[in-house]
Design a protein around this ligand. Structure first.
Ligand code: ADP
Ligand code: ADP
Length: 227
């Protein structure tokens, strides 16, 4: 059963120079519960736009967007999101940054703290829980952002090229961690990248986009290797 449905979604930005930018042509897509879906395409094809729409962060111009058959209008508490560059609060420790969504949603503190520490271990940052963001490298900060996106145990996690700024080896390691988290938590993941190998490695299905205006060229089922 689909958890998210995009029905003829269009996005036109009102640009400052007066010329509207059609970022997304009508796009229809169903995302299955627990699915790992990757979206791949060249820069400017509307990948980030699609993710920001699903996240409820920007309004759509036309079309229907549903999560569990309910209209998405505004941020969803049952979602997590990771942006291209980590946005951490400098005055909060690593642990307190990870805990933020749990605090906002007023989840039980002790349980959230246990989950946050567990996630920090998964992303390899157990020893950094009490540190501040400035004491961490960019890649480590991004791993904090990943832990934060999962702390409230959301059903859906949206990732917008989260490893674009990492070196190849760290990126490969993080991809394996994301796969592990996905297998263990049963989360639905929507992952945007401009790298075809990354999209095919991670995704059960790969949505290939073409630009101007962004549309879906094809959706490819990936044959997963037996475990
Ligand atoms: P991608 O993530 O695939 O690189 P984007 O979704 O960021 O693509 O952008 C799609 C198109 O929409 C691009 O032409 C981009 O310049 C334009 N665009 C993105 N955000 C805005 C905005 N806030 N205002 C105007 N145009 C935008
Ligand atoms: P990406 O496409 O990888 O998301 P961009 O560099 O295209 O990143 O966009 C970075 C930021 O600039 C985004 O917040 C986007 O909304 C905004 N942006 C992109 N293109 C335009 C544009 N043509 N006019 C105004 N804002 C834009």
């Amino acid at each position: 059963t689909p958890i998210i449905q995009l029905q003829e979604i269009e996005k036109v930005y009102a640009a400052r120079d007066g010329n509207p930018v059609q970022a997304l042509a009508p796009v229809s897509l169903e995302i299955g519960t627990g699915e790992f879906l990757t979206i791949v395409g060249p820069s400017g094809c509307g990948k980030s736009t699609m993710l920001r729409l699903v996240a409820g962060l920007i309004p759509r111009t036309r079309g229907r967007l549903l999560m569990r058959r309910q209209e998405i209008s505004g941020p969803q508490r049952d979602m997590g999101i990771v942006f291209q560059t980590p946005v951490l609060f400098p005055w909060r420790t690593v642990l307190d940054n990870v805990l933020l969504p749990a605090e906002v949603l007023r989840l039980p503190p002790a349980k959230s703290r246990a989950r946050a520490l567990e996630l920090l271990e998964i992303v390899g940052l157990s020893d950094f829980a009490a540190k501040y963001p400035f004491e961490l490298s960019g890649g480590m900060q991004q791993r904090v952002a990943i832990a934060r996106s999962l702390v409230h145990e959301p059903s859906v996690v949206l990732m917008d090229e989260p490893f674009g700024a990492l070196d190849a080896m760290t990126r490969d390691t993080m991809n394996l961690e994301i796969m592990r988290i996905w297998r263990e938590a049963g989360t639905t993941i929507l992952f945007v990248t401009h790298s075809i190998p990354e999209a095919v490695f991670l995704g059960e299905r790969v949505v290939v986009m073409t630009p101007r205006p962004g549309r879906i060229a094809e959706v490819i089922d990936v044959e997963l290797p037996a475990q």
